[in-house]
Design a protein around this ligand. Structure first.
Ligand code: HDE
Length: 725
């Protein structure tokens, strides 16, 4: 990946400092009415030391605007960050859909993407254990298409009716507004333990998928089953996927908590900086296609949003690429005001009867009305369709369009009949004419009652360290629950997923595994329900293991955009510093220099190196790997620096690759690495555990060091759980 601009990305761009207007010209400061302001420092007073005057319309305008700067934050997904980009199709989908942007492989479509966490407020930390929103707005020639998805392919509940309950349970508790952006509290687990349909999703939420290393390194999913409709009117079921080209990677939970303190903007900053550097984040767009005839072929219901279709059963076809290549100019105008809606469709794409999706179709417009304050939110620049908009909707708060003419109704003859309806051949949208012949009922299909087999499939598809992380996450979250009966009920649910999982969590909680899950297991059922019908059933899954569900099988062949910390001090060896730095940067990684203090470090050969961070301003949790170049003076100084020892210990604890010159082994001897090797043992290089030490052969070192970093983490090291950091 080519790096466009180098240097410290934290430096503001010069053009942002110079006075400029949208058209690039210097301008005078004015009021909102265009009046030039002569003094923006002092309010109008009756005398220099006198009271301010009410007639100061300049002060009043400025303060009034300021008072109204905030709009209500999103009720869910409040914390988010966005970027512009393009979507390039590389395989025509014309056999399956007539959607214009999915026909021609030469076509590029502009997009805006907003990532988010769900539970936290706008100012909360990026590294909360949470689902991530992955919402994509396609500005197609046929109008806006929004794919409003998440980084987890299933959802907690099967019916929109339960959404407010779920969100009330996970949000901070109402009496004291604690805890912020966390699911580890009583009300959440009370709800989950009573809603077995949430079991599959909770397995994902307790996995490392919920603490991504970067937004650029997570998958995206449309979650629901949608329909493609082709030009002949034939429908095919479709599940949407986003596959990150950098692979799917996460951080460690201990690390996530420390990042939240060190840099709560960690994901936001990472996305912003990658784009500023020209390291444009990329995802391939994937589709799983299921012929209409196969609707009832699987032991789960395609309309049930708590189920996946394993990729090994229906492969994901990669049909295009999303590239994010431009940061927003203004966070509020774009990222905050962008309004997504799963009902923003184009011809060739349609819904299914998934009862969760159906409920969403009402919610999103409704929420924009209260959040953005007007039915004219589609006129905000970021929300505007690039396809022309003509209709008879008029007026309302903050209307921007100046509609001409006298007709705002249809049919009309005065306006020449305009705007008129489009024939289907002219791109007019028509809903898929699905046959519906049924009784009106408040009910759920029995085909929705298998709540556990895919939770088991997920757990059993994970590597041993991933399973351990899930056990740890349940133990942490349930450990924060104050009611023993909620913990116990949850353990009962876990027995249905995997007995060894339930036992391991019970052991950490100091509790016994209940013999049977609590009955009736599902208290979230209708008052007059036939309890038997609503009892969860386990069915035989289509497969026992799905390698695609484990992050251990992800892309591990690139170090592009990884951040490597170089720990140095005065007298650092020039050759190892320069050679390793150059080699890592050639492969697309970012090297940042950390030293006992800021400013410059003078090398053994009397050159000077600029320091980006001191040990006070940097922390190992903000980096992917560590390297300690040679130079006896430098090593001796670092040995005297407790923060340097802590840095290395912590990087080791979080299973990151550690590289060092042979001279640095005296420093490593003071760290956990040295202590675990024992007094008499020589520290040695071992690529299989991600610890690499070099003598003179820098060429061999740089390639094995890069291979190790590309693996991302050596989770096996966690078996030594007592690393003091
Ligand atoms: Fe949302 N959801 N949601 N949701 N959702 C919102 O809309 C809602 C669901 C998702 O970056 C809100 O504009 C209901 C599933 C994302 O602006 C709100 C139900 C999935 C975003 C809303 C769901 C999502 C939202 C809040 C159950 C994954 C952020 C602000 C019936 C497929 C979009 C807003 C952005 C946002 C309602 C369930 C994804 C309140 C009622 C399932 C990524 O309208």
């Amino acid at each position: 990946m080519a790096r466009k601009s180098k240097g410290n990305p934290r430096n503001l761009k010069q053009e942002n400092l110079a006075p400029h207007t949208e058209d690039g010209h210097d301008q005078f400061l004015t009021t909102n009415q265009g009046l030039r302001i002569n003094d923006n420092q002092n309010s109008l007073k009756a005398g220099e030391r006198g009271p301010s005057l009410l007639e100061d319309f300049i002060l009043r305008e400025k303060i009034t605007h300021f008072d109204h700067e905030r709009i209500p934050e999103r009720i869910v997904h409040a914390r988010g960050e966005g970027a512009h980009g393009i979507f390039q199709l590389y395989k025509s989908m014309s056999d399956y859909t007539k959607a214009g942007f999915l026909q021609d492989t030469n076509k590029q479509t502009a997009v805006f993407v907003r990532f988010s966490t769900v539970a936290g407020s706008k100012g909360s930390s990026d590294l909360a254990r949470d689902v991530r929103g992955f919402a994509v707005k396609f500005y197609t020639d046929e109008g806006i298409f929004d794919l409003v998805g998440n980084n987890i392919p299933v959802f907690f509940i099967q019916d929109a009716m339960k959404f407010p309950d779920l969100i009330h349970a996970v949000k901070p508790e109402p009496h004291n507004e604690i805890p912020q952006a966390a699911s580890a509290h009583d009300t959440f687990w009370d709800f989950i333990s009573l809603m077995p349909e949430s079991t599959h999703m909770i397995m994902w939420a307790m996995s490392d998928r919920a603490i991504p290393r970067s937004l650029r390194m997570m998958e995206g999913f449309g979650v629901h089953t949608f329909r493609f409709i082709n030009a002949k009117g034939k429908s095919t079921f479709v599940k949407f996927h986003w596959k990150p080209l950098l692979g799917v990677h996460s951080v460690a939970w201990d690390e996530a908590q420390k990042i939240s303190g060190n840099d709560p903007d960690f994901h936001r900053r990472d996305l912003w900086e990658a784009i500023e550097h020209g390291d444009f984040p990329e995802w391939e767009f994937g589709v799983q296609l299921i012929p209409e005839e196969d609707e009832h072929k699987y032991p789960f219901d395609l309309l049930d949003p708590t189920k996946i279709i394993p990729e090994e059963i229906v492969p994901v076809q990669r049909i295009g690429k999303l590239t994010l290549n431009r940061n927003p100019d203004n966070f509020f105008a774009e990222t905050e005001q962008v309004a997504f809606h799963p009902g923003h469709l184009v011809p060739g794409i349609d819904f299914t009867n998934d009862p969760l999706l159906q409920g969403r179709l009402f919610s999103y417009t409704d929420t924009q009305l209260s959040r953005l304050g007007s039915p004219n939110f589609h006129e905000i620049p970021i929300n505007r369709s690039t396809a022309p908009v003509h209709n008879n909707q008029r007026d309302g708060h903050m209307r921007q369009t100046i509609n001409k003419g006298v007709t705002s109704y249809q049919p009309n003859s005065i306006g020449g009949g305009c705007p008129y309806q489009a024939m289907i051949a002219d791109g007019g949208f028509s809903s898929y004419p699905e046959k519906v012949d049924a009784h009106k009922v408040r009910d759920r299909s029995v085909s929705f009652s298998d709540h556990f087999s895919q939770a088991t499939l997920f757990y059993q598809s994970q590597s041993a360290p991933e399973q351990q992380h899930i056990i740890d996450a349940f133990s942490f979250e349930l450990g924060k629950v104050n009611y023993p009966e909620i913990r116990s009920r949850m353990l009962g649910i876990l027995t249905q997923v995997d007995l060894s999982l339930a036992k391991a969590v019970a052991n950490n909680l100091g509790m016994a595994v209940p013999k049977k899950p609590e009955k009736p297991i599902n208290q979230g059922i209708p008052a007059d329900a036939d309890k038997k019908k609503y009892e969860p059933k386990k069915v035989k899954p289509v497969i026992d293991q799905s390698p695609a569900l484990s992050m251990s099988n992800t892309v591990k062949d690139t170090i592009a955009t990884r951040k490597i910390a170089f720990l140095i001090a005065k007298g650092v060896d020039d050759i190892s510093f320069e050679t390793v730095k150059k080699s890592l940067e050639k492969d697309g990684a970012m090297v940042e220099v950390i030293a006992p203090k800021l400013g410059e470090v003078v090398t053994a050969k009397n050159k000077s190196i600029a320091v980006q961070y001191s040990f006070l301003t940097a922390s190992s949790v903000l980096f992917d790997a560590v390297y300690i170049p040679g130079g006896s003076e430098s090593i001796a100084a670092l040995k005297n620096e407790p923060d340097a020892i802590h840095f290395i210990n912590e990087a080791y604890r979080h299973c990151k690759t550690i590289g060092a010159a042979e001279e640095a082994t005296v420093l490593l001897a003071d760290t956990y690495l040295g202590k675990s090797a024992g007094n008499n043992k020589q520290l040695s290089s071992d690529e299989t555990i991600g610890v690499l030490i070099h003598m003179d052969d820098l060429k061999a070192f740089t390639s094995s060091y890069a291979r190790a970093i590309a693996k991302h983490r050596f989770w096996e090291r966690e078996t030594q759980r007592k690393v003091p950091a």
